[in-house]
Design a binder for this molecule. Sequence first.
Ligand SMILES: Cc1ncc(COP(=O)(O)O)c(C=O)c1O
Length: 419
Amino acid sequence: MIKQLVACEIGPNYQVDDGFLALKLLVFYPFIRFFAKGESYKQLFTQLVSDNGYIGYVDSGRTGLTLLLKSLQLESDCEVLIQGFSCIVVPNSVRNANLIPVICDVNEDDYNIALVDAEKKITPKTRVLIVQYPFGMVPNVDKILVFCKKYNLILIEDCAHVFNQNVLIDGETKKIGMLGYGSIYSFGRDKVVSSTLGGAFLLNSTDPDTLTAIKNEYEKLPIMNLFKELQGLWYCVLTVFIIRPFYFYGFGKLVLVLARKLHMIGEIYTNKEKQGFADLGNQSKYSPVLAILLNNQLKKADKTKEHRQKISRIYNSILGNQTQDQDNLIRYPIRVPSEKYYQIKSTLKKNHVLMGTWYNSVFIPSETDLVYLNYHHGQLPVCEKLIKNQLINLPTNLNITTSKAGEIAQLIKPILTLT
Ligand SMILES: Cc1ncc(COP(=O)(O)O)c(C=O)c1O
């Protein structure tokens, strides 16, 4: 039996065609670096995201979020409502823009910001609400829009987990990402479309002052450095040709560890970020070389969406509609009794599946000390409950087949139903 890795992580979106493309980019790197304009992805991205508004392409979602927040030109003690059950770069971006993150609890059903808790935390200084769409789950956006209107809040959409998704508002179809002041996207390694590194911001506001502010900040950014570009390409090549196929033979895992040690593969978070500092030094524009890889992913965006829907429906039909008919999911979240968590994990591992662990702390990575966010235990009861081994994620990416998805669900089902 072939022990091919199935996972939510480790280059989940990269397929053999991406691997060959990245290899070609590596081989001809000096030539491509010098001549690549890498413009064709912009047309595809615009079609999928919005053909209105101003889009800037940057090195990461976190840079995009910082730029959007800065463009608001708010006083430095203004507050931004964000949710826990997220990634540390979100509050860091708020701090980066000299604003104060106010952390709110999440809903148990869609893992999005709990407006009941947000309402309690509103002060005269609250100016912004960031909605996150964890796992690609879209909450009742009408409620969020009404909430923002009621409290005069600026809405920013963090679309790091959602892409190419429509929503019905008052009988009208709208695109997620176009509902508020602006939105951000990530092309990070585990995201919906990936070039290992990268991101974008979309400014929907047409206010000329804001537009000038964001353009000025954006233009000031340097181009992505060569080392990071190369790390991005290596990550794709190694995950497709070595790490994933040979992971369960030991060799793949070894290459992953070695490549990290040798800095052929970069880290998702810098040490500074883990210590709670927003790492301004790393910010740059996007890379015209990685853009070629992104272009290939964007060409597959509709196929990827269809595939994710198909896989989510299989999980839903066998495991009892855990996601309330949401099916454009970057990962499929399942609530599990905490005492079954490790049993499920090891059963899946024996079948060459690594389950995802979003989120095993209020903000990942779990080693981040949240003292600098004034976070204290008990502040977010739902988040704190969920992170205690109550949620697992199953893969929905192109590297999992429909039959494997069925097999995974059938493996988990008896564990969940057994009391
Ligand atoms: C919810 C959320 N927002 C923003 C980001 C930032 O994306 P990036 O890694 O591209 O900076 C991430 C990813 O880490 C995320 O999970």
